[in-house]
Design a protein around this ligand. Structure first.
Ligand code: ITT
Length: 209
């Protein structure tokens, strides 16, 4: 059986505000005292892994070592079947815009447009199937760790729709729905998302529910 968290402090090892909000909400019922990596001034380690698991462990271990507390990291991304699973672990990189008015930053519209442009270049009959992956890594300061993996299937829709959520949500239509993730109420997204799927596995293992 995996090591258990118990109550107490948990560092959320993400610098992505959208993820932080979702993770805090998903953990809300379990009495954890969540502290963000940003509020502790923890640096962002380079994500040099080639898989979601490797990157999630890099982030969770770095935060646990630096803070002396258990830490939870999320590495996630969008994979498009017709693009051989890209952008996958490079999902955030596709949005990097190095110099915008002198500041590095991310441009999600550009990133979604890149996916759409590549699909259109493959022709009008190209399947638009895709999936979001989420790997959660939980690490303790002594090096012990556990990972949980989640997935949500859907299709890429264009143009982007909706203002809720974050990242690629405006182009992701989950299986069985017509709205994009960005058009769904956050509670509806949390009922079916890749993050919720991974969280369900973590909750069953960690909290026995
Ligand atoms: P941290 O590493 O600090 O957690 P990040 O944004 O760099 O933040 P990732 O390396 O895991 O995180 O990149 C995953 C990207 O995948 C993320 O930036 C989003 O654009 C996208 N993504 C993940 N989950 C998503 C979701 O639920 N909805 C929309 N986009 C999502």
């Amino acid at each position: 059986m995996s090591r258990r968290l118990g109550g107490g402090k948990l560092v959320i090892a993400t610098h992505n505000a959208g993820k932080l909000k979702e993770i805090a909400r998903l953990l809300d019922p379990y009495g954890m005292d969540c502290i963000s990596a940003g509020s502790l001034g923890l640096p962002e380690p380079p994500e040099t892994g080639k898989t979601f698991v490797e990157n999630a462990l890099i982030k969770a271990r770095a935060a646990a070592e630096a803070s002396g507390l258990p830490a939870l990291a999320d590495d996630s991304g969008l994979s498009v079947a017709a693009l051989d699973g890209r952008p996958g672990v490079y999902t955030a990189d596709w949005a990097e815009r190095q110099w915008f008015e002198g500041e590095p930053g991310r441009d999600w519209y550009m990133a979604m447009g890149k996916v759409e442009g590549m699909l259109q270049a493959l022709g009008p009959d190209t399947p638009r199937d895709c999936w979001f992956s989420c790997t959660l890594a939980l690490a303790w300061p002594d090096g012990e760790h556990v990972v949980y993996e989640g997935r949500a299937d859907g299709t890429i829709s264009w143009p982007p729709r909706g203002t809720m959520g974050f990242g690629y949500d405006p182009v992701f239509v989950p299986v069985g729905r017509e709205q994009t993730f960005a058009e769904l109420d956050p509670d509806e997204k949390h009922a079916i998302s890749h993050r919720a799927d991974a969280f369900a596995k973590m909750k069953a293992d960690q909290f026995g529910i």
